[in-house]
Design a protein around this ligand. Structure first.
Ligand code: NDP
Ligand code: RET
Length: 284
């Protein structure tokens, strides 16, 4: 408790190799730019080649170092191939930031089989393949950092996002358990950070809206999420929930009666457009 009031020193990432997935747009681009400003060599992965190249150019224009790689994170073999290429061309990744994600909205019966599979491939399985590619180097040095852009939906899921919400629950579980495993193996030099934001204004979720009684809640900007996420990595924070007003959500879910939770959720009255196919649901 007292430790909350002691300012935590931020570690330096100068000279570190930071890999950000989903770096072509939104939070991923902002994360990459921020790590670039802090003097890291930033490795950018995205399925979107043009957007990814633009992020790399922006980092270089600001005097930073960036390398862009096209990678479809829904494909295990592609992740493994591009990871090998990065090790040969740039070196060992010392900070891995799994940010790429996809979202579908629709009832569990309206989603297609392919959409559900893709949600889990990009939002969950890609984390396993990147971790398995880059953790061995971190283990050898007992130094490194693995971060994930999860969501508040990883604690409190949303109707019409059953696949998305369950994928984010899986990421929270993966990151919590990974940390325990590393600790048990004596790898205390490898840190983890799980970022759990509320809605962000990136176009990722189709048209998210809050009702008139928001209880102070608001849609976040990608810049503020990225700044808080980088700060959390630099301070070795295990988990952050954004905005901080929602910090009690995991506890409330355990403690509050289900009906009270439903009432709270109804009072905020979150809505978004339903989409059965869209920019984020490419299945080739
Ligand atoms: N926006 C929100 O409300 C919230 C988002 N999050 C999480 O934040 C993370 C970033 O989301 P956000 O910045 O909003 O989304 P954006 O859509 O703005 O950015 C996501 C990036 O990931 C890329 N991407 C998608 N699929 C793949 C893939 N198969 N392989 C590689 N890259 C891919 C996208 O490319 P392309 O555009 O070509 O598809 C895009 O450049 C996600 O994990 C999301 O779940 C968490 C809470 C709320
Ligand atoms: C239960 C509950 C809430 C519900 C939050 C939800 C359902 C958030 C979904 C977020 C998503 C899907 C983000 C994108 O990744 C509120 C309104 C915070 C109020 C406190 C109690």
């Amino acid at each position: 408790f007292v430790l909350n009031f002691v300012p935590v020193k931020r570690k330096s990432v100068r000279g570190e190799v930071v890999l950000v997935t989903g770096a072509a747009h939104g939070v991923g681009r902002c994360l990459a730019l921020e790590f670039g400003r802090l003097g890291a060599t930033v490795v950018l992965w995205d399925i979107n080649r043009d957007g990814n190249e633009t992020t790399a150019e922006q980092i270089r224009e600001e005097g930073g170092t960036a390398r862009a790689y096209q990678c479809d994170c829904s494909k295990r073999e592609e992740i493994q191939r591009v990871a090998q290429q990065v090790k040969e061309e740039v070196g060992d990744v010392t900070i891995l930031f799994n940010n790429a994600g996809v979202m579908t909205t629709g009832s569990v019966l309206d989603l297609t089989d392919d959409q559900i599979e893709r949600t889990f491939q990009v939002n969950v399985l890609a984390h396993f393949w990147t971790i398995r590619a880059f953790l061995p180097g971190m283990m050898t040095r007992n130094q490194g950092h693995i971060a994930a852009l999860a969501s508040i939906a990883g604690y409190n899921g949303s109707p019409y996002m059953v696949d998305y919400s369950s994928s984010k629950h899986a990421v929270v579980g993966l990151m919590d358990t990974l940390l325990k495993e590393l600790e048990l193996q004596g790898k205390d030099g490898i840190k983890t950070t799980t970022v759990c934001p509320f809605f962000i204004d990136t176009g990722f979720c189709p048209n998210p809206k809050l009702g008139s009684t928001t209880g102070g809640l608001r849609i976040l900007s990608p810049e503020e999420v990225a700044l808080e996420a980088v700060d959390a990595v630099l301070k070795n924070k295990r988990r952050i929930i954004l905005p901080p007003e929602l910090r009690s959500v995991p506890l409330n879910i355990q403690l509050l009666p289900y009906k009270t939770q439903t009432l709270m959720q109804n009072s905020v009255n979150i809505s978004f457009d339903l989409m059965q196919s869209g920019a984020h649901n490419k299945t080739d």
